[in-house]
Design a protein around this ligand. Sequence first.
Ligand SMILES: [Zn+2]
Ligand SMILES: [Zn+2]
Length: 262
Amino acid sequence: MNCLDFRRRLLADPLSNDEELLAHEETCPDCAPFARETRAQEIALRNLLQEITPPEGLAERIQLAARYEHRGESKRRWWYAAAASMLLTIGVSLFSVWHTIDERSDLTLAQSVLNHIDDESNHLREARPVSNGRLKFVFDRFDAELAGDLGQVNFAAECPMRQRTGVHLVMPGKMGPITVFFMPGEDTDGVLPIVSDRFQGEITPTAWGSIAVVGENGEQLDGMGEALADAVRWPANAGELASALFERRLSLGPRVAQQQDR
Ligand SMILES: [Zn+2]
Ligand SMILES: [Zn+2]
């Protein structure tokens, strides 16, 4: 068996007990570490997939791992690079699991907004403003343009929503952070209230979809959805673009991400 065969078969079944595979691993100094890493990833992945809630602080750990990757001696760098790639792999596949769960339970739009805030609660703590360039980059993905001032924005990203992606923003409010989701293609009949133990807000319909604005209980949010709607110009096909961006994310299975990483 050559190294290529070995790696191909290992990737197909990382926990295989096949004697030929084990024999190659024992004698090949190049493939042995590859096999260990692949198995570790597989086990971490399986463990994580058994939990439905994402582990606390996953995003911070990825950032930390990525930061360490840039310093330290080479052995350490190798380890952190491997850790970062593993977390990335897990992140991608957790996304498809959440998607499946969302689909199966047919979540209401309001509930999916609250879940999203909860899943990414680390972003509520962002305290430094993002650059205008970052904002422009995020809206650009949907061919949307900033037509007015959004005010201070401490977090901006393109995020998966129910069946499409959208724009996730966090802004400072009086009672705490305010979360905003621009959701192209998510049409609603009239204004929908959002209520939980901690948060309150509403989903406002727009010409191209809807906008969710959610703050801590007691936050004054009146008119904010309309003001934000006026501040961004969306193309007529915003909903279709958002579907295409979502499909692209779904098609990135864990295996693909792993291979791209190598
Ligand atoms: Zn080999
Ligand atoms: Zn998000």
